[in-house]
Design a protein around this ligand. Structure first.
Ligand SMILES: Cc1ncc(COP(=O)(O)O)c(C=O)c1O
Length: 411
């Protein structure tokens, strides 16, 4: 088949003239294919799905009721632009109540259509060709992708177990620091589950001031914090002078598909974000923002979401430990990041986490997400579908039986 005339018109950032012709299969597509294979070859074997990174429940009834009411209001019909006051004010109350962070709803908070979009837009406010974004790996790559779209590059900061999955800021070479404009962090960290400490955040503020770098802290999982109260970057003295925190309604409120979040912190950075956003979208549907405001004002919702995933993570840690994995309760997120097996009792060897993950899916219908960026790890998500605690326990028992049968080895 000959190429369409526009094949030569595709931008380099998406592959240029070769766009659509690559044969490389991306990680999540490989997992999807392996899942399909396991289901078709072994329909009798229940798929144990630790691969999904999405809440398994819908938003609470109280939030859906507000949505049902607001959807009928004439006043909510139009463009929301940079957001309604009711949502910004609910965010300000939420940040005050949970983190004792004072924010001016008019200038220091702006909504976004999910935190993914905010992370994609913030580089537009700072990155010129040649500039650098410092990003932790493994991690959520969106801000890095857009940095490259603007002609910048990404300097990777590996998250290693021996450094408690915190980046080593001192290891960044001077010439990289000079060209860096953004430091993108994510705590509680996806996928490692690590939570940040005050001490680490203090060092980040000092680093940012000294090197004149803007901090973007991705707090998508913040309400899923298991070691005491959740910690916001903005609680640290000086943080508001150097950056913003990006929040999401997705994980902590079971509102994944609703597409709502916010950027908060430094007023000038929030305003730059709002200017870029204003040129990209016209705001989230006002009824959704009002339902989001109701969710933020309900203290019980994030507590219940947290309790559920904490309970499931504890069960998973116990189960995997009984099968030879060395893992501990993560500080946050709904992910367990565990060292990948290097082989099995049968003698089978795995060079990478990806090889182990493919084996587990295709041979035993256990789906995980592999990470080989900084050591070989498997990410187990506890967002599997199990409507009752009894079903959770049955799923754990099934996982244990299958893993004990193959006896994973860790050298
Ligand atoms: C670390 C992290 N940040 C941000 C997001 C984006 O979340 P949302 O766009 O639903 O707010 C995700 C979603 O998976 C995530 O894992």
């Amino acid at each position: 088949m000959s190429d369409p005339y526009f094949q030569k018109l595709f931008a380099e950032r998406i592959g240029g003239v070769n766009y659509g012709k690559g044969t490389e299969i991306y990680k999540f597509e490989k997992i999807k294919r392996a899942k399909r294979k396991a289901l078709s070859e072994h329909p009798e074997r229940k798929l144990i799905d630790f691969g999904i990174g999405e809440n398994d429940e819908m938003a609470p009834q109280s939030v859906r009721s507000v949505m049902a009411r607001e959807i009928d209001q004439l006043a909510n019909r139009g463009y929301a632009d940079n957001g309604v006051a009711a949502y910004r004010e609910a965010v300000a109350r939420f940040m005050q109540r949970n983190f004792q962070v004072e924010l001016d709803p008019a200038t220091e908070i702006n909504h976004c259509i999910g935190s993914k979009t905010a992370l994609s837009m913030l580089p537009a406010a700072f990155i010129n060709p040649g500039d650098i974004t410092l990003m932790t790996v493994p991690g959520y790559p969106v801000a890095g992708t857009h940095t490259r779209y603007y002609g910048g590059s990404v300097f990777r900061l590996p998250l290693l177990a021996e450094n408690d999955f915190l980046p080593d800021l001192d290891s960044i070479p001077a010439d990289v620091r000079e060209r860096s404009k953004l430091l993108v962090l994510c705590y509680p960290n996806s996928p490692t589950g690590q939570v940040a400490t005050r001490d680490f955040y203090q060092r980040v503020v000092e680093f940012a001031q000294k090197n004149e770098i803007v901090v973007v802290q991705d707090a998508a999982h913040i309400m899923l914090s298991y070691e005491g109260a959740p910690l916001s970057f903005l609680q640290i003295p000086g943080a508001k002078d150097v950056g913003v925190e990006v929040h999401s309604m997705s994980k902590g409120f079971h509102m994944i598909g609703w597409r709502l979040g916010w950027v908060c912190g430094n007023a000038r950075i929030v305003s730059a974000f709002a200017d870029v956003k204003d040129n990209c979208d016209s705001g989230q549907f006002i009824a959704i923002q009002k339902a989001g405001a109701a969710a933020l004002d309900d203290e019980q919702i994030p507590v219940q979401v947290k309790q559920k995933y904490e309970r499931r993570l504890k069960k998973l840690v116990d189960t995997l430990r009984r099968c030879g994995f060395s893992c501990k309760m993560p500080g946050g997120t709904y992910f367990l990041y565990a060292k990948s097996p290097t082989g099995l009792a049968s003698g089978e060897k795995f060079e990478t986490a990806e090889a182990a993950s493919q084996y587990l899916i295709t041979q035993h219908s256990i789906c995980t997400v592999p990470w080989d960026d900084a050591g070989a790890f498997l990410r187990f998500s506890v967002t599997y579908e199990a409507p009752t605690e009894k079903e959770e326990d049955e799923l754990m028992a099934l996982t244990e039986a299958r893993l004990k049968q193959i006896q994973p080895r860790f050298e």
